[in-house]
Design a protein around this ligand. Structure first.
Ligand code: ADP
Ligand code: MG
Ligand code: MG
Length: 351
C-alpha cells in the first residue's frame, strides 16, 4: 500500500508564491512508487481546496493552483480521516506554509485536532518559535548567549514613550534593531541609529504586531545551521549569509539579489562544535521536532550568539535549509523522505 501524503500549500500569507514553488519542488522529488500525493491548496483568500491524487510530479505551479482554485471549497471536516471516504484518509500531511497561520502553530493545532500526522514542528515549538520574545526567554533558560534586548507592547509605548526610550538608550548600544515580535522574512524590521529613527522604527513595527522587540545591533558573521530529527537531532554543515548591503532585509532575501551565500561556510572545528551544541540546545528547549534552521551571529572572537530559529525555513531546493543538507550528503528527496519518517515516528510516540 502506498502512503497517502497530503501536501498542504498556498495560504493567505505573503509567502503564497514561495509555498507554490516549494510544493512543486517537493512533488517532483517524491517517489511516486511509494507515495500517493494529494494536493491541499489554501487560496490567497484562505479557502481550502482538496484535489484528487496527483498522477505524477507537478509540472508547474499552475497545475497545483488553477485546477484547485476553481473547484469547490472544502470544509475542514472533509479532511478528517473518515471510514467511508477513501481519498480523505491521508496518512501524513506535509505543511509547506510559512509565517502566520502556517508556521506559528495554528495549522499544526488544526492537524492535531484532525488526528493527522504531519511533518515538522508541533504546536508549542511552532508558536514559541514565531514569537521572538518568548523564543529569547526560552533560549536564556537554556543558557544560550544572545544580544541584549528590550520588549514592550503598544499600550505601554503609547502611555510611557519617554521612559521606554530612556530605558533603551541606557541599556542598549546604538545601532538598534526594531522588530515586530511575531513575523519573519525581515518584514517590519528597521535598523535605527538615533532616537528619531528609533521612534519611526517602533511606529512601523507596531503596524505589524502589538508586541515588539528592540535589540542591540551587533557586527558579526551570520551563520546558519540546519537541524533534523526528533529526540536525537543531527546538525548539517554551516552556511553563511553575506549581505552586501546594510543588513539582510526583505529585499535582500527575496528581491534584489544583493546577497551572497557561502555553502559550506569556512568555520574552525571548535566553532562548529560550539554551534552544534547551541543549535541542539535551542532545538530541545523549544521542544522542536522534524526540522529547524538555527541562525547565529558569530563575532571575530568566535563568540556564538543565537539570533533565532525558524521552524519552517525556506524549503525550495535552492533554500538554505535543504542546501545545507545536500552539502552534508543528504539529497533533497532523501531529506523529504526522512522528514516524513520523522513525522510518522513522532505520531506513533504520542499514541
Ligand atoms: P526574521 O525572523 O524576519 O528573519 P531576524 O531577527 O533574523 O528576523 O532579522 C533579520 C535580519 O536583520 C538578520 O538576518 C540580520 O541581518 C539583521 N539583524 C537582526 N537583528 C540584528 C542584530 N541584533 N544585530 C545585527 N543585525 C541584526
Ligand atoms: Mg525568522
Ligand atoms: Mg532571520
Amino acid at each position: 500500500m502506498k502512503i497517502k501524503l497530503g501536501l498542504l500549500y498556498g495560504g493567505k500569507s505573503a509567502e503564497h508564491e514561495v509555498s507554490l514553488l516549494t510544493a512543486r519542488a517537493v512533488s517532483q522529488a517524491i517517489n511516486f512508487d511509494k507515495y500517493e500525493v494529494y494536493p491541499i491548496y489554501i487560496t490567497k483568500t484562505g479557502e481550502w481546496r482538496k484535489g484528487s491524487a496527483l498522477a505524477g510530479p507537478a509540472e508547474s505551479t499552475k497545475t497545483l493552483q488553477f485546477g484547485l482554485e476553481t473547484s469547490k471549497p472544502n470544509s475542514i471536516a472533509s479532511f478528517l480521516p473518515v471510514e467511508n471516504d477513501d481519498a480523505s484518509k491521508l496518512d501524513v500531511i506535509f505543511p509547506l506554509l510559512h509565517g502566520p497561520n502556517g508556521e506559528d502553530g495554528t495549522v499544526q493545532g488544526l492537524l492535531e485536532v484532525l488526528n493527522l500526522p504531519y511533518v515538522g514542528n508541533g504546536v508549542l515549538a511552532s508558536a514559541a518559535g514565531m514569537d521572538k520574545v518568548v523564543m529569547k526567554q526560552l533560549f536564556a533558560q537554556a543558557g544560550l548567549t544572545q544580544v541584549p534586548y528590550v520588549h514592550f507592547i503598544r499600550k505601554n509605548w503609547k502611555s510611557n514613550q519617554e521612559a521606554l526610550l530612556q530605558q533603551m538608550e541606557e541599556s542598549l548600544q546604538w545601532p538598534l534593531f526594531v522588530k515586530p515580535a511575531n513575523l519573519g522574512s525581515s518584514v517590519g524590521i528597521t535598523k535605527a541609529a538615533n532616537r528619531e529613527e528609533l521612534i519611526k522604527a517602533v511606529e512601523l513595527a507596531f503596524k505589524y504586531d502589538r508586541k515588539i522587540i528592540v535589540e542591540q545591533g551587533i557586527v558579526a558573521r551570520e551563520l546558519e545551521m540546519s537541524v533534523l530529527g526528533n529526540d536525537n537531532p543531527k546538525c548539517s554543515v554551516v552556511g553563511e549569509v553575506l549581505p552586501t548591503k546594510d543588513f539582510y532585509d526583505y529585499e535582500a532575501k527575496y528581491e534584489d539579489g544583493t546577497t551572497n551565500y557561502a555553502i559550506p561556510a569556512v568555520v574552525s572545528a571548535e566553532l562548529l562544535k560550539k554551534m552544534e551544541d547551541a543549535a541542539v540546545r535551542a532545538f530541545k528547549v523549544l521542544d522542536c521536532s522534524g526540522l529547524v534552521r538555527a541562525d547565529f551571529f558569530v563575532t571575530d572572537e568566535e563568540e556564538v550568539i543565537i539570533n533565532e530559529v525558524n521552524t519552517m525555513p525556506g524549503f525550495t531546493p535552492i533554500s538554505m535549509y535543504p542546501k545545507l543538507w545536500i552539502e552534508s550528503g543528504l539529497s533533497y528527496s532523501d531529506l523529504i523522505e526522512e522528514l516524513i519518517t520523522l513525522a510518522l515516528e513522532r505520531y506513533e510516540e504520542k499514541q
